[in-house]
Design a protein around this ligand. Structure first.
Ligand code: NZQ
Ligand code: ZN
Length: 390
């Protein structure tokens, strides 16, 4: 096991009715805030009314900025930064999914500097401060409610890039599984796929002696596999949603990578797909992850066989561990299909004609390699995307 420091400061308020505490939680930090949300789902579900009532009760005033799109855009971040500076706001409250939360994190970093926050996403300089943010989560998926990450898309060039810094851990996140009742089935499937991906990125590691976190990761994956069909069948199954929502936060709050080093190639490659084609992140991962696995499994067949046996209940075959490993990958694909997602680029309506462009973008024209389980370069990215076509 590797040495590690683990400190996740995000306060979690979990369960029915917790949204009504947003006012008091917010007032701890500021009484003058930016209320940030997406395309309108929170108005339809009544969450907006509950949030604003709670803010009023706590004496918190707000300026609104809605309209965050999935794959959140830099131009709206710029608008948010201007609003925060102009009105001297002290906290960004994100009510929505990963896109809204990531946009809020970008605004929180951008509001305390006098240059473009995009510089950080390009790797030019490191953020030194950020305004506090709070969140109310409406979709278990990205894990941004308790993560160090923010992923933003710059419409100028359709570049999707991430920043990771402890400065943007939300101060508090409110998770009521009832909020997920209104999710369209497609978003349910994308969210669960993203959570699975966060676990698998961490699972495939070269670090030895990580038996405890292996087991935690396996248990979290199994929890998703068991409860996904239950919420697809009955979208108002609170208990099943509670399992999925908490699993989604734990999957990405850095607890499960303690002592180990994750891979993250599938995420880097997927971000080029959702950046260029504006597809949902989870839908892209359902295509990229199995392709990546087919490309790398021979690097450590035993780890893949262990995953297949423990997570997917594949029978052990000591004489043919490769078959065991491949069966695990097939079961992952079958799981995605059972939720209504495709597992090939063509299922996303993507033809192979821009594979070179994607490979160029995620390797900075062949000058960068990434992935720690198996290092991938430009040619490897192309091979993985070709496997995603077959
Ligand atoms: O915009 P509204 O109207 O709210 O609709 C949203 C949106 O269309 C809808 N939705 C959310 N909650 C709902 C709802 N509809 C009905 N009822 C509800 N309760 O769902 C759609 C998708 O929302 P979005 O926020 O885009 O989903 P998600 O949470 O999957 O976030 C995806 C983004 O997070 C990034 C992804 O790359 C992508 O841009 N990620 C962020 C990470 C992080 N910050 O740590 C890590 C992840 O790996 C990921 O890259
Ligand atoms: Zn993800």
């Amino acid at each position: 096991m590797e040495n590690f420091v683990f400190q996740n400061p995000t306060k979690i308020l979990f369960g029915r009715g917790m949204e009504d505490r947003v006012g008091e939680e917010t007032a701890v930090y500021s009484k003058n805030i930016l209320l940030h949300f997406g395309g309108g789902s929170i108005k339809k579900t009544g969450l907006y009314d509950r949030v604003t009532a709670s803010l009023k009760k706590a004496g918190v005033s707000w300026i609104e900025l809605g309209g965050v799109k999935p794959n959140p855009r830099l131009s709206l971040v710029h608008e948010g930064v201007e609003l925060v500076k102009k009105h001297n706001l002290g906290l960004i409250l994100a009510v929505g999914g990963g896109s809204v939360i990531d946009s809020a994190k970008a605004i929180a970093m951008g509001a305390v500097i006098d240059h473009d926050v995009w510089d950080f996403y390009l790797g030019n300089g490191e953020p030194k401060a950020a305004l506090p943010i709070g969140t109310i989560l409406t979709i278990p998926a990205a894990g941004s409610e308790a993560s160090t990450g923010t992923v933003i898309t710059n419409e100028d060039g359709w570049l999707k890039r991430a920043v990771n810094t402890e400065l943007i851990y939300p101060r508090f996140s409110i998770l009521n599984p009832e909020q997920a009742f209104t999710l369209p089935k497609f978003q349910v499937a994308c969210g669960i796929t993203d959570i699975m991906a966060h676990l698998m990125e961490r699972y495939f590691t070269n670090v030895p002696h990580v038996a405890f976190t292996d087991r935690l990761l396996e248990a979290t994956m199994k929890t998703l596999i068991v409860h996904a069909p239950l919420v697809l069948e009955d979208p108002k199954n609170y208990d099943a949603w509670a399992e999925i929502m908490w699993a989604g936060t734990i999957a990405h709050n850095n607890l499960l990578n303690t002592g180990r080093i994750g891979d993250w190639s599938s995420h880097d490659i997927e971000h080029e797909i959702s950046g260029i084609y504006d597809v949902a992140h989870g839908a892209g991962l359902a295509v990229v992850f199995p392709a990546w696995m087919k490309f790398v499994y021979k690097h450590d067949i035993n780890r893949f066989a262990q995953w297949a046996i423990r997570v997917w209940n594949v029978d052990m075959d000591v004489f043919d561990t490769e078959r065991v490993a491949r069966t695990g990958i097939e079961r992952l694909e079958a799981f995605s299909r059972s939720m209504g997602l495709g597992t090939r680029l063509s299922d996303l309506g993507i033809k192979g004609d821009r594979i070179d462009e994607m490979a160029d973008k995620c390797t900075d024209k062949g000058t960068r390699t990434f992935g720690s389980f198996v290092s991938v370069d430009r040619e490897s990215v192309k091979k993985i995307l070709l496997l995603a076509e077959k």
